[in-house]
Design a protein around this ligand. Structure first.
Ligand code: CMC
Length: 431
C-alpha cells in the first residue's frame, strides 16, 4: 500500500526504491538495496549517538517526550507512583502485568531469600580503599558476582534467567549498603527479612547499635516512590549498554556492571550528584542570575535540566518536586531547595531555555531529597542503580526472547588514510 511505503529516487542512477514503513520506521537494511553497481556495498544510515534509530521493539516503557508522558506497560507513572509498591512495579516491568496477590507474595519472598551475599563478596569489598567511590565499588562487585554464579551463563534458559533476576534484585541493595558502610568504616549489617525492600535497605544503611531498626515510614515510602520513578526509562544510555553487552550472551552480572558504569557518567545517572554540587556552588539565590549568565555563555551546564527525549517537563521531576516539599516538611527545610526552586523559575522564563525546550529532569530534585534523607552525595548514582537494575533486567530478558535480536554491531564511516606502506616496505608486485 502506498501509505505504508516510502519511495526513494536515487539521483545517481535514476532508479526508484520502495521502502516499507512499519511502526513509523524504515528497516535500515532496506537501504542496502540502494546501490550504484552490483559491487557497491549499498547505502547505510549515519546516526551518531543513535539520535533517530530504534534499536529494538519493546513493550515495557512508553515515553512521549513532547507531551511529558511516561507509562510502564501502559500504566501512567503518576498512578503507579501513587498507588503501587516498588516490587509490584518491578514485577510489572519484568512480567508485563501487575502481580496477583499470590504472585506478589511469592516474588517478595523469593527476592528476600536472595538478599545475602557470599562472605567472599564482603572480603572483596573490604579490599577497596576507604575513599573509593561507592559507585565504583557497586559496579565492580556486581561484575564479580558473575564468578560466584557460573550457572548464569545459560542465558537462553528461562528458569536460569529468572533465578539470576531474583539474585540481582535481592542483592543490589545489600551491595549498595555495604559500599556505603565501607566508606564510613562501619560494620556491614545483615539484611532483615521482616522489613520491606526499602525498609531493609535503610536498615542495612543506617542501623547502629539498636537491636531492631525501625525507620521513618514517610521516608521509607518516599524512597519506595523514588525507586518506582527510576525503575525504567526505555532505551537510555545504560539500558542500551545492558542490551549491547547482553547481546553477546554475556551473563547478566557482567552486563549489569557495564550498564551501571554507563549510568555513572555525569550526563546520565551521575547528574543528581552534579546538581547538588552545582546548587552548593551557586550558594545563594542572589547568585542565580550570574550562574544563568555563565550557562548561556556556554561556560557551564545547568545540571538536572534538559533531556534527549523530554522536550517538556519530565513527569518524574513533577512528582519529585511535590515529594521534596513533603520530605522537607518532615526533615526541616534546606537552603538548597530554595535555590533550586528559584533556579527553575528563572530558567523556565528565560528565552535560552524556552527556545531549546530545556526543562527539569528527574535528577533536578532527586539529589535534594536524597541529601535531606542523609545520603552522602557519592551514594546518589548508586541509589539510581538499585531500582534501575529492574529495568535493565526486564529489558535484557525481553531482548533474549526477541527473535529479531542479534549481537549488536554498528557500522562506521571510515575517515582514515587510504592504503599506505611503512617506510622501506616495498609495494607488492601488482598491487
Ligand atoms: N544546560 C545548558 N544548556 C543545555 C543543557 C543544559 N543542561 N542541556 C542542553 N543544553 C543546550 C545545548 O548546549 C544545546 O544548545 P545549542 O543548540 O545552542 O548548541 C541544546 O541545549 C541542545 O542540547 P543537546 O546537547 O543537543 O541535547 P542532548 O539531547 O544531546 O543532551 C542531555 C541531553 C541530558 C545530555 C543534556 O541536556 C545535558 O547534558 N543535561 C545536563 C545533565 C543532566 O541533567 N543529565 C540527566 C539526564 S536525565 C537522567 C537520565 O536519563 O540519566
Amino acid at each position: 500500500m502506498a501509505s505504508d511505503t516510502l519511495t526513494v529516487t536515487d539521483n545517481r542512477t535514476g532508479r526508484q526504491y520502495e521502502l516499507p514503513i512499519r511502526d513509523g520506521t524504515i528497516p535500515s537494511m532496506e537501504l542496502r538495496k540502494i546501490k550504484t553497481s552490483a559491487d557497491d556495498f549499498g547505502l547505510m544510515t549515519y546516526d551518531p549517538a543513535f539520535m533517530n534509530t530504534a534499536n529494538c521493539r519493546s513493550a515495557i516503557t512508553y515515553i512521549d517526550g513532547d507531551q511529558g508522558i511516561l507509562r510502564h506497560r501502559g500504566y501512567p507513572i503518576e498512578e503507579l507512583a501513587e498507588n503501587k509498591r516498588f516490587l509490584e512495579v518491578a514485577w510489572l516491568l519484568y512480567r508485563g502485568e501487575l502481580p496477583t496477590e499470590a504472585q506478589y507474595a511469592t516474588w517478595k519472598s523469593e527476592i528476600t531469600v536472595h538478599t545475602m551475599v557470599h562472605e567472599n563478596i564482603k572480603k572483596l569489598m573490604e579490599g577497596f580503599r576507604y575513599d573509593a567511590h561507592p559507585m565504583g565499588i557497586f559496579l565492580s562487585t556486581v561484575g564479580a558476582l558473575s564468578t560466584f554464579y557460573p550457572d548464569a551463563k545459560d542465558v537462553q534458559n528461562e528458569a536460569s534467567r529468572h533465578l539470576q533476576i531474583l539474585r540481582l534484585v535481592g542483592k543490589v541493595p545489600t551491595i549498595a549498603a555495604y559500599a556505603y558502610r565501607h566508606h564510613l568504616g562501619l560494620p556491614y549489617v545483615l539484611p532483615d527479612n521482616e522489613l520491606s525492600y526499602t525498609g531493609n535497605f535503610l536498615n542495612m544503611l543506617f542501623k547502629r547499635t539498636e537491636p531492631k531498626y525501625t525507620g521513618n515510614p514517610v521516608l521509607e515510602r518516599a524512597l519506595d516512590i523514588l525507586f518506582i520513578l527510576h525503575a525504567d526509562h526505555e532505551q537510555n544510555c545504560s539500558t542500551t549498554t545492558m542490551r549491547v553487552i547482553g547481546s553477546s550472551h554475556a551473563d547478566p552480572y557482567v552486563s549489569l556492571a557495564g550498564a551501571a558504569a554507563a549510568l555513572y557518567g555525569p550526563l546520565h545517572g551521575g547528574a543528581n550528584e552534579a546538581v547538588l554540587r552545582m546548587l552548593a556552588e551557586i550558594g545563594s539565590v542572589s547568585h542565580i542570575p550570574e550562574f544563568i549568565r555563565r550557562v548561556k555563555a556556554g561556560e557551564v551546564k545547568l545540571m538536572g535540566f534538559g533531556h534527549r527525549i523530554y522536550k517538556s517537563y519530565d513527569p518524574r521531576a513533577k512528582i519529585l518536586k511535590d515529594m521534596a516539599h513533603q520530605v522537607f516538611s518532615v526533615l526541616g527545610t534546606s537552603a538548597l531547595l530554595d535555590i533550586a526552586i528559584e533556579l527553575e523559575r528563572i530558567a523556565l522564563s528565560d528565552e535560552y531555555f524556552v527556545s531549546r525546550k530545556l526543562y527539569p529532569n528527574v535528577d533536578f530534585y532527586s539529589g535534594l531529597i536524597y541529601q535531606a534523607m542523609k545520603f552522602p552525595m557519592e551514594m546518589f548514582p548508586v541509589l539510581f542503580a538499585i531500582p534501575r537494575t529492574v529495568g535493565w533486567l526486564a529489558q535484557w530478558d525481553e531482548m533474549l526472547r526477541d527473535p529479531e535480536q542479534k549481537i549488536a554491531r554498528p557500522r562506521q564511516v571510515y575517515t582514515g588514510s587510504d592504503l599506505r606502506h611503512l617506510a622501506g616496505v616495498r609495494e607488492p608486485v601488482g598491487a
